[in-house]
Design a protein around this ligand. Structure first.
Ligand code: SF4
Ligand code: SF4
Length: 150
């Protein structure tokens, strides 16, 4: 009989403890993000695929086609091209392609750029059925971003 009552007391204590924890958590602020209905804000150091940075006023790429990022990439992910600027010095970027299937997000390209022309994007939810979808035209991407701003 003693065992019977002690089981009831132990069970009741455990039930009350559980209910107290449930009640305490119920009144705490909600921290779970309701993805995909809520879009999470990535932290400043988050590394998505690389992207080109455009001039704040004109939107034109800051890239001067020096090729440092291409040479710095250990995985041969970057190919780019440029042409001589009309009536000016230097080159204008005409294509910038990233093969994201090979990228390890090591950051060598971003670190090698001395012209504030390259950074990590905040894209976190890339998915696709074909790996060719991850060969990215970053110049076109920058142009689309510029169009969205206007
Ligand atoms: S290192 Fe910078 S400026 Fe040079 S080609 Fe790469 S993105 Fe352009
Ligand atoms: S992050 Fe690294 S692997 Fe990716 S493109 Fe840049 S240098 Fe290449």
């Amino acid at each position: 009989m003693n065992g019977y009552w002690s089981d009831i007391i132990t069970g009741s204590k455990s039930l009350v403890t559980g209910l107290m924890i449930t009640a305490r958590e119920f009144f705490k602020p909600v921290v779970t993000e309701q993805y995909p209905y809520e879009v999470p804000t990535m932290t400043p150091l988050f590394r998505g695929h690389i992207e080109l940075i455009g001039n704040a006023e004109t939107g034109a790429p800051n890239c001067v086609v020096c090729g440092m990022c291409q040479r710095a990439c250990p995985s041969d992910c970057i190919s780019l091209d440029g042409k001589k600027a009309e009536g000016g010095k230097g080159k204008v970027l005409t294509s910038y392609s990233l093969d994201f299937t090979k990228c390890s997000l090591c950051g060598q390209c971003v670190e090698s750029c001395n012209f504030d022309a390259l950074r990590f994007s905040k894209d976190y939810n890339l998915a696709g059925f074909d790996k060719n979808e991850f060969i990215m035209d970053l110049l076109q991407r920058l142009e689309e971003q510029n169009r969205c701003k206007h």
